[in-house]
Design a protein around this ligand. Structure first.
Ligand code: ZN
Length: 252
């Protein structure tokens, strides 16, 4: 509740209204995963974040998924990328070189970056996982996104993470770059089954432009690897959002 509403007397009303006005610009607006700037307040932080209170938000709890015979395995054309890792203050993000893409519903989406959430943002039948990677792809013509989510479970060491774990940037805005190449294909599970639904970015501005593709099969990372990433990111998962009548489809 705004503090001015706790004060009695009409005298304060006009100044209170001014203070409560949502800023037009989101430039320099700080958001967090807890407290006053946390997920339940994102939509009120500035006008440009209003979509965070929209009706097709992500993540969601995946349940009641409907099999759809028109779906098919996601066609991927992933090339290698040089190494460019950013700590953006909210997540550890691997920026990916141009030239890799997936095809969804006949449209090409180019891989821009992938990043991690600890613990997972999506749930499946109410169950979370210790980590989730989001591979973010963009259609050049529409600007819409297709994001592949992959759950990690604790188990065998992840080879890609093992290679980079000692180089992950510790401080906000810090980067690690190298000419060494790798492929994001190493973060995809063997199975091609997935859940899909229409949703949003899970961080402000929460734009409702995302075709979500959440892989059914999981990959593993060691307990120590997940711990190391969580230490850098802290807990950076948005709580699940209401489905609001959306249907989740599944390709088995
Ligand atoms: Zn994400």
């Amino acid at each position: 509740m705004p503090i001015c509403l706790l004060l009695s007397g009409a005298l304060f009303l006009s100044s209170c209204k001014k203070e409560d006005k949502i800023p037009e610009s989101c430039d320099g607006i700080h958001w967090e995963y807890t407290g006053e700037d946390g997920p339940t307040h994102w939509g009120e932080l500035c006008v440009g974040y209003a979509e965070c209170d929209g009706s097709t938000q992500s993540p969601v709890d995946i349940k009641g998924a409907v099999a759809d015979g028109t779906l098919s395995a996601i066609a991927k054309a992933y090339a290698t990328s040089k190494t460019n890792i950013l700590n953006n203050g909210h997540t550890i993000q691997f920026n990916y070189d141009a030239g890799s893409s997936i095809t969804v519903n006949g449209l090409q989406y180019d891989l821009l970056q992938f990043h991690f959430h600890t613990h997972s943002e999506h749930l499946v039948n109410g169950v979370s996982h210790p980590m989730e990677v989001h591979l973010v792809h963009k259609n050049a013509a529409t600007g819409n996104l297709a994001v592949i989510g992959v759950f990690f479970e604790e188990g065998a060491e992840n080879p890609l993470l093992a290679h980079y774990i000692d180089h992950l940037p510790v401080n906000h805005d810090e980067t690690f770059t190298s000419d060494e190449t790798y492929t994001a294909a190493d973060l995809l599970p063997a199975g091609t089954g997935y859940y899909t639904y229409s949703g949003s970015l899970t961080t402000p501005p929460c734009s409702e432009i995302v075709t979500w593709i959440v892989m059914k099969d999981h990959i593993t990372a060691s307990t120590a690897q997940i711990h190391d990433i969580e230490t850098l990111e802290h807990e950076n998962f948005r709580p699940v959002q209401p489905l609001e009548g959306r249907t989740i489809k599944v390709f088995n």
